[in-house]
Ligand binder design. Sequence first.
Ligand code: FPP
Length: 260
Amino acid sequence: MALKAGTDAAAVELTTLGERELRDRILTRPLPRHVAIIMDGNGRWATSRGLPRVAGHSEGVKAVRNTVRAAGEVGIEYLTLYAFSSENWNRPRHEVSTLMSLLERSIDRELPELMARNVRFRVIGRPNGVPPEVQRRIGHVVDATAANGGLTLVMAFNYGARDEIVDAFRQLAKDVRDGRVEPEEIDEVRIGRALYTDGVPDPDLLIRTSGEMRLSNFLLWQVAYTELWVTPTRWPDFGPRDLYLAVADFQQRDRRFGRV
Ligand code: FPP
């Protein structure tokens, strides 16, 4: 069962519902505009089955596809997925190259479906270090889907929130140095515009799979008032029902943004 806020009675009620019932239910209430997901547990999914860790990543791609479909179908506007962190380069070389080639192959293969579903694809993260061929293919899918008006799928790739904040500081420091902005004019809006997520609303709901209770350097500025939902389900087993359960739980929360 998911670890959640809210009353126990409500928790029992939601977790007894199936995918269809949850879907119908969430469509009757305001949806989160932006859902972000830390996709964790691919390695554990694989090793618990006696498979190599990379088998978990391959299976994880299917969960990505199913989650994008499910989010788009109910009308979520933004879905941000943490696909590769700036720390993931420290994994064994074979695992890193498998993740790169999975991404490279997936984005080409998925383009027709992204177009058919009207999904706009966007990437956040530092380009340096990413193989040029992967960058080229990502750029192609970003350009090809730029005019789509449905779900915006934001892939955090070679992403680290502290890198993002460093890059924003550098940009703002240059703006001050070159006389484009006064230090006193720097506010939350200008900082938001200097982040990779410029133009994307802050996440309303952050989901983390595989039970870990940490943020792992993901969207640190943007999640200031985000609701958190952690499930023990490992990413390859995550499906539409889990997404809808998280959203249904979110819809029962009382968001106060620091107010009483
Ligand atoms: C965490 O599992 C997940 C990742 C490192 C990346 C997620 C990657 C995918 C879902 C596949 C490729 C993605 C796309 C978009 C094509 P983990 O290996 O940290 O699991 P563990 O904590 O059990 O070791």
